[in-house]
Design a binder for this molecule. Sequence first.
Ligand code: GLU
Length: 605
Amino acid sequence: MQRHRLLQLSTLALAALLASCATPPTAFSYKVPDQPEGSSGYTEKPGWATTRFAVAAANPLATDAGYQILKAGGSAIDAAIAVQMVLTLAEPQSSGIGGGAFLMHFNGRDVEAFDGRETAPAGADEKLFIGTDRKPMPFYEAVVGGRSVGVPGTVRMLEMAHRQHGKLPWGKLFEPAISLAEGGFKVSARLNSLLATEQHLKKDPVAAAYFYRADGTAHPVGHTLRNPALADVLRKIASGGSKALLEGDIAQAMVDKVQKHPTNPGKLSLGDLAAYQAIKRVPICSDYRANARDFRICGFPPPSSGAIAVGQILGLLNNTNAAQLPLQDGLPSADWLHLYTEAARLAFADRAQYLGDPAFVEPPAGNWMSLLEPAYLAERARLIGQTPNAPSMKVAQPGIPGGVKTSYSPMPDQPEYGTSHISIVDSYGNAVAMTTTIEDAFGARQMVRGFLLNNELTDFSFAPTDAAGKPIANRVQPGKRPRSSMAPTLVFDKTTGALVMSGGSPGGALIIHYTAKTLYGVLNWGMLPQQAINLPNFASLNGPSILEEKHFPAATVEALKARGAEVREAAMTSGLQAITRGQAHGTPFWMGGADPRREGVVMGD
Ligand code: GLU
């Protein structure tokens, strides 16, 4: 159906739209949009086409704020800031000023990676998540309270990006969120259903008073929620910058909440908050060939495992005959899924073994790119059985990239949740892919001055060593950033250097698979972004093969089982957003897609 929308855009209309080329910034004044009640479950999205700029985000109010900023001549970074502030209010379960984020930016020439990942407090040590019984704590015992709260980095990172690439004044970018926080926004179906099933948030009296009615039930869909406490905080950040959040009375409120938690206090201190620094990193870029075209795929380097794992999976597949296996009835075939899940097992084995904060963890053979070396991937791909009905390896062992053995032990599996993805292209030729998180849904379940604190520290390995005492790369250490799976991605045409795509997703470790699927759909199967996002999800985290339930025929499940793989069918609620570049009669335009499994939309002109 998105095809129809595109065909409706006649060449003439495109030309007229293009003629109204990039405008200089005008005075920005925010207009509160109509607020229809959001949907939840699976809602078909039309796919969108625009010519000058586009913004894709997980909540319609947030997308609209970004749209209004872009329309007023703001840059992609300006729009990302406005979107993030509205997400703090309207999608509080996923991201916000109490969390961390990774932002990929393209300025028409260079690709940059801004790191706003949370850090472990100076007082934290590798025993942070070890219980009194000397065993790793149960997950939610660690999450809920002050213990899991890392130093939030999103605002300081956005400030750094804005100093370099902002066009509208910083303070203006907070107007949409302040206005909605004061005037109120309508509780969406997704927020309502997450609140209704949430077990821990009510234990925090501040959160309970805001999110729930007096009888303890969640505010219903369409209820107008006002958040004057957040409006006040945003106003202070708008005038005082990230310092207003990380120093002074708001910082003190965060520290009190963490350190004075009645049952599960944490270590976060005023010193940790004031010392937080965003980091500009060198992106991980790798070459990728699909459909006789050469691409360059750029993503976030460690402490994220995202770009390396996505790059490994795609690189491994290109060493198999995956590209010769066509879709069957619009779905990946069992043979293709076998190759994909085997590649995934190999990538996740390396991820568990090697990935961690580069300030603390030595990359294999001294260079993270050793994990993406073509010769290494070719050798690893030989482990994938390619003969008809070749058995699954079920569980892969890590490789030895660069030929150098590591002294780390692999990290055991741990759950990860929450998060939101934003993709933006502006009328100046800049692009953003930003994935932003407070980790689990509603983070640490601690509300301070109208926003939620993250539980990002539970992305560290709870166990610091294996049974033999060998250290795990991603163990807790003071000042360290936990390993992430977030994979904000920018794709370029290798020959022309032109941007081809911006995309990413929430979903914990499954982010890697949701993103890889969308890249494969667009680059290999020639899909529009909406079609690629709609494709059913599939994964392996180096255990069972996981398929999105009710989306694959029984014959596919049986064929994978016949190869010896354990197959699990699960909900797999991705939250993909993507924008790709298209051409109609030689005229470039943008196409956007948002995940039917969540509430996202795309807007642009
Ligand atoms: N905290 C996770 C990470 O940084 C993301 C959680 C999620 O998307 O669900 O990798």
